[in-house]
Design a protein around this ligand. Structure first.
Ligand SMILES: C[S@@+](CC[C@H](N)C(=O)[O-])C[C@H]1O[C@@H](n2cnc3c(N)ncnc32)[C@H](O)[C@@H]1O
Length: 411
């Protein structure tokens, strides 16, 4: 997988610097071929979007035309609403093309080659189209005013803990390095960096990487861009106009980080990229740990990369991403089991809340809404460890479960 860094230079301007890093699993030529194939598959999805959604709108129109005339007469606005949906889709398409423009040259040390025929639009799978629709909705969560309530419930508890554990009046925040794996479109990592902490977001998906690159490096005017994130939703609309309503972004200028900020985005699989032990003061995960094939691998990686005394702050549900995927390993642990594993590694639970209601890319006007009852915790890797990497006597004993009945601050 490729690695991208979006570093800020000394003048506080973001530089587009991208590198390529991966762990080689098969012959290097084969790795490269697969990597290139995957890259173009995602680009194809961005290109195919308009055709795919237009087909869906055409179906809605066809079915309407099949109705008896006296039924159609009862719905004088149906077709004009579909026309608005089409225009909105075309607008989304333009933004998506802007996002992938020049992505071929996004990674400084990786060449993805030129396409045989740039105009050719190749069909994509429904799976990839769903990923693209989710990416469009992620713009709302991360970079719109509409997404603020969601960010307040999901990101703010994590930020509050960072401010509490590493108070800016008692330490130099630029010396506190925070990692945000599964950073999505980068807003949480950006917020942490905007408070003066040294922060790196990590993301694996090209859908997210192309989009975060676009918003972080190429959008510098507040609310200058528009997307129609709910245009794909044909059910559960209270009003016809709700489907094609616009959302503007970015709600802040992503280029407005304070001078000398240390903010970067690194592309690649979290477990492959982060192998340097004892290197992070804080790992912050939001809606991330359930993306693992085996969540214990994530716990182990976090344990290894945290400095002794470092903290892991987590908020999210356990909607295991690979649960229903054929031929994919998926170990679905309950929170109870995850907590037991965390304690057995030697982490000390300092804060725990077992019920934090949140939403994820919610359409506030939809008649169907999902509410996640998330877990939130702060787990510390003890400052004093034996040479075998496990806690010394004054810290939690490996193999012992540290009971934590309260669902509040344990400090
Ligand atoms: C549910 S989203 C959460 C995004 C963001 N943290 C938020 O709260 O909005 C999970 C993210 O983790 C990313 N991801 C999944 N597996 C990953 C891995 N192994 N390494 C890095 N990122 C990964 C996905 O691409 C996705 O963007």
């Amino acid at each position: 997988m490729a690695e991208a860094t979006e570093e800020l230079n000394a003048d506080g301007e973001q530089e587009e610097t991208y590198f390529y890093r991966k762990r080689v699993k098969c012959a290097p030529e084969e790795e490269e071929r697969l990597e290139r194939q995957h890259f173009w598959k995602v680009i194809d999805a961005f290109r195919y979007y308009r055709v795919h959604i237009h087909e869906r709108v055409n179906r809605a129109e066809r079915h309407f035309q099949l109705l008896p005339e006296h039924h159609r007469m009862l719905l004088p606005h149906f077709l004009s609403n579909l026309a608005k949906v089409r225009v909105s889709v075309d607008h989304n398409h333009e933004v998506l093309q802007a996002i992938v423009l020049n992505c071929v040259h996004m990674f400084e040390n990786m060449e993805y080659g030129e396409e045989d025929d740039l105009r050719k639009v190749r069909p994509s799978s429904t799976f990839d189209m769903d990923k693209l629709k989710s990416t469009i909705k992620q713009f709302v969560r991360d970079w719109s005013e509409v997404g603020k309530p969601e960010r307040d419930t999901c990101y703010q508890p994590l930020i509050d803990q960072i401010l509490k554990i590493f108070p800016r009046d008692k330490c130099d925040p630029s010396k506190v390095n925070v990692l945000v794996p599964g950073a999505g479109l980068g807003r949480l990592a950006w917020e942490i960096a905007s408070l003066g902490y040294s922060c790196q977001g990590n993301e694996w998906s090209f859908f997210m990487l192309f989009s975060s690159n676009f918003v972080l490096n190429r959008c510098d005017e507040v609310n200058s861009m528009t997307l129609y994130p709910w245009v794909h939703q044909f059910s559960n609309n209270k009003r016809s106009a709700d489907q094609a309503r616009p959302v503007t972004f970015p709600d802040v200028n992503p280029q407005s980080l304070p001078p000398n900020s240390d903010f970067s985005m690194v592309a690649g699989d979290f477990q492959e990229v982060y192998t340097e032990p004892n290197s992070w003061d804080c790992v912050t995960t939001c809606f991330f740990i359930d993306t693992a094939h085996n969540v214990i691998d994530y716990i182990e990686t976090i344990w290894n990369i945290l400095k002794p005394g470092g903290v892991w702050i987590n908020l999210g549900p356990l909607l295991y991403h690979f649960e229903n995927m054929a031929n994919e390993l998926s170990v679905e642990l309950s929170y109870e089991d995850i907590k037991a594993v965390i304690l057995k590694y030697g982490f000390q639970m300092e804060v725990e809340r077992e019920s934090v209601p949140t939403t994820y890319t919610e359409n506030e006007r939809s008649m169907l809404k999902y509410l996640y009852d998330c877990v939130f915790f702060v787990a510390r890797k003890p400052a004093h460890l034996f040479s075998n990497g496990f806690p010394a006597a004054d810290a939690c004993q490996f193999g012992e479960s540290q009971q934590n009945e309260n669902d509040e601050d344990m400090t």
